[in-house]
Design a protein around this ligand. Structure first.
Ligand SMILES: [Zn+2]
Length: 125
């Protein structure tokens, strides 16, 4: 079973339903998925952005587990609008998981694999 499902709470209802659809596929094939992030407030996004900036400044970005993923500025993240969610999966299943999320309409970014967002989300906010 997927873990972290409660983190989908507060997402846009259509986004939440699509995310649940993806998790249902993972459950069906008994592939463990961990939902790691959903809706964020300004402060949570600001904290992530600060960490990301520190990773860039130290040269650690992309080289360590804690500095693996980018973060947008607070006020400019699809997470703050409930239009994206993050999930992690065993790397063996990553390509499959990308296809599952794309099949339901999410945009999946090559440089931020956990992240799935509504394509062109800025045009809706
Ligand atoms: Zn994300």
């Amino acid at each position: 079973m997927a873990s972290g499902r409660l983190k989908l709470t507060g997402l846009h209802p259509v986004v939440k339903e699509a995310a649940e659809w993806c998790l249902a596929w993972a459950d069906y094939y008994q592939v463990p998925v961990d939902v790691t992030s959903g809706l964020r407030n300004w402060q949570a996004q600001a904290d992530l952005y600060r960490k990301y900036r520190r990773c860039l400044q130290s040269g650690e970005f992309g080289r360590t587990a804690r500095c693996r993923y980018p973060a947008n500025r607070p006020g400019d993240s699809s997470h703050e609008w409930g239009l994206s969610w993050d999930s992690t999966i065993d790397p063996h299943y990553q390509a499959w998981w990308d296809e599952v999320r794309r099949a339901v309409g999410f945009e999946v970014l090559s440089y931020d694999q956990p992240h799935a967002q509504v394509p062109n989300w800025r045009s809706y906010v």
